[in-house]
Write a protein that binds this ligand. Structure first.
Ligand code: G6P
Length: 612
């Protein structure tokens, strides 16, 4: 979603801001802008399209200054246009904003009655006018911002500057991510630390309700008007590595990083043939007490949760429910005592997932219902990790491509570790099965590497999808979620309409779509459902559908006319979903590249959806 960068320094800041925006490009955006203060003047530049357009305009107009704010916008209120791009200004105040001001209509009417003229259709512009208006009564930027913040409803992060105080930047965090980058004689803000890595590796992670006054040599944080301290954290080098290296796209790099990412994730929990005694040890008592798990997540993370439901119920017999956060948060679900609420999220900042978590916590507290919360998350500094009782990190490293890949496989690995851990604590996991799964987990990176060797074969097949309009993905059991994930990958980056189905549902609708022009992708690991899946394949072939089968090398499925088969190395049936998502990721990637789409930043999508 949209991104903020801002800073104050002795040196010219525009290049830092532009570089920061480039690093936020992965979040998805449609326009970009920057405002700086230079010798008492507010200078602004805004452009529709890529940050490079903005960079060219900034260079052409020699925009320079020591204090500035910059923004990539992902349109919510008002179409992508220069007028709607941030920063928004009112008088000598400029504002960048991430999130949504829900009561902006009401505030807008009030401001219009006071004579303020709106030049955009955005919700953000009300903030600029409100601050400008407040400064007429209170000529101090911090106080003015503090006075208007209680009037804003919604979720937002703000960066605000005023020409009359050219030595300070005011920032606000309320429901949308914002971090401070701590420099030497210079300080910065951003919605993602990645944007600031060229200038610092020291960060302060703001909390909800924080208002900050940033100067070159000081950082003051206020909560309800009271100054407070927040710790400065130093990032290690691994987190800071985010270049494409030899790969053409981040997505491809991230697909090929999966063996290492999974290895890292499992190594934190496993000794040779057992779980490390200190793995999630803090949660031992909780795991002994829980009666069920409720998973809440969005997008790809939701698909990981769906796989975990099969694992949890089949392997350790613990009831497990999974729901999309945007539904869960609004349907007032019954909160059952001794439930482990498990949020799965790559970013840990997804608005719906966080809102669902907070709603559960609030309602459980109100009704005195004992519950427990946990996050499986890829960002150790995220809101989700801070706000849950326990967490398990996926050690995937930064994921930049909007289409999630290595975050997904590491989420699956982490979920299996969690299932093993809970089974061990509850003594519902047979020792021999536990040993088998641990062995298979250690083997997983090797199988992933072998599976990646199918890349050339999959590239060849992908050319057969380029002209297609639609595609079906079918799987059974734990591979039903992988079919959903495959369809999601294909649609989000190649823009081909794709649907994932549980293969058993074929006859209940999607079979009507199957004809000569409908590619059908089948996920066929060797498990107890394989014979049933073979019947589904027959049904497709009989109707003239073209099959693309990812099948276990020992599954006795062979290529025929209009039946393409890619053999996948044999793997334990428990871990097959971790392996079978790789070919669908590669297929989607190659189809998208052949169709010439923007693979890492697909149109209309964002990496971290921090608005509802
Ligand atoms: C967006 C991203 C997806 C991601 C989903 C959930 O839609 O484009 O890749 O799966 O958000 O994000 P999270 O960070 O909570 O996993």
């Amino acid at each position: 979603m949209c991104g903020i960068v801002g800073g104050i320094a002795e040196r010219n800041i525009t290049e830092i801001l532009i570089e920061g925006l480039k690093r936020l490009e992965y979040r998805g955006y449609d326009s970009a802008g920057v405002a700086v203060i230079n010798q008492g003047q507010l200078l602004r530049e805004r452009q529709v399209g890529k940050v490079i357009n903005l960079a060219d305009a900034v260079a052409a107009h020699h925009l320079q200054g020591n204090l500035g704010i910059a923004h990539t916008r992902w349109a919510t209120h008002g179409k992508p246009s220069e007028q709607n791009a941030h920063p928004h200004a009112s008088g000598n105040v400029a504002v960048v904003h991430n999130g949504i001001i829900e009561n902006y209509q009401e505030l807008k009417q009030e401001l219009q009655q006071l004579g303020y003229v709106f030049s955009s259709q955005t919700d953000t512009e009300v903030v600029a006018h409100l601050v400008n208006h407040a400064l007429k009564q209170t000529p101090d930027l911090l106080q003015a911002v503090q006075s208007i913040v209680p009037r804003l409803k919604g979720a937002y992060a703000l960066g605000i500057v005023w020409t009359e105080q050219p030595d300070e930047l005011i920032a606000v965090r309320e429901g949308s991510p914002l971090v401070i980058g701590v420099g030497i004689g210079e300080n910065f803000i951003s919605s993602d630390q990645l944007a600031l890595l060229p200038v610092t590796n020291r960060f302060i992670y703001l909390e909800e309700g924080d208002i900050v006054r940033l100067k070159r040599n000081s950082i003051e944080i206020f909560v309800n008007g009271q100054a407070i301290d927040r710790p400065v954290k130093e990032l290690d080098a691994a987190v800071t590595n985010s270049s494409k290296g030899e790969y053409k796209h981040f997505m491809l790099k991230e697909i090929f990083e999966q063996p290492d990412a999974v290895q890292q994730t499992i190594a934190q929990a496993l000794d040779a043939d057992t779980l490390k005694p200190d793995f999630l040890a803090k949660a031992n008592q909780t795991f002994a007490a829980i009666q069920q798990i409720q998973i809440i997540a969005c997008g790809t993370s939701y698909h990981a949760g769906m796989v975990a439901k099969y694992w949890c119920e089949q392997i350790i017999g613990l009831p497990c429910h999974v729901e999309i956060a945007s539904e869960y948060r609004y349907r007032h679900p019954v909160i059952v005592a001794n439930t482990l609420f498990l949020c799965i999220s790559q970013s840990g900042e997804t608005a719906d997932s966080l809102a669902a978590l907070r709603d559960i916590q609030r309602r459980a507290k109100q009704k005195h219902i004992p519950i427990h919360t946990m996050a499986i998350c890829n960002v150790s500094t995220s809101s989700m990790i801070r706000e849950t009782d326990f967490h398990l990190l996926t050690l995937a490293g930064p994921e930049i491509g909007v289409a999630s890949t290595k975050a997904f496989t590491t989420q699956l690995a982490a979920l299996m570790l969690l299932v093993l851990k809970i089974g061990e604590i509850k003594q519902t996991l047979a020792e021999s099965l536990k040993q088998d799964i641990i062995k298979a987990l250690w083997h997983c990176p090797k199988v992933l590497n072998e599976t990646l060797k199918n890349d050339t074969e999959i590239l060849r097949l992908s050319s057969l999808f380029v002209e297609k309009q639609h595609c079906l993905f079918l799987g059974r059991g734990t591979h039903f979620p992988i079919a959903l994930e495959g369809a999601l990958k294909l649609k989000e980056i190649s823009y081909i309409h794709a649907e994932g189905y549980a293969a058993g549902e074929l006859k209940h609708g999607p079979l009507a779509l199957v004809d000569n022009d409908m590619p059908v992708v089948i996920l066929a690991p060797k498990d107890e459902m394989l014979d049933k899946l073979k019947s589904n394949m027959e049904e497709v072939q009989t109707r003239g559908g073209e099959l693309f089968v990812f099948a276990d090398e020992h599954s006795d499925i062979h290529a025929q006319d209009r039946k393409h088969v890619v053999h996948i190395p044999q793997v334990s049936e428990w871990l097959a979903p971790i392996i079978y998502c790789v070919p669908v990721q590669l297929l989607s990637y190659h189809v998208a590249v052949l169709r010439g789409t923007d693979v890492d930043q697909p149109r209309n999508l964002a990496k971290s959806v921090t608005v509802e």
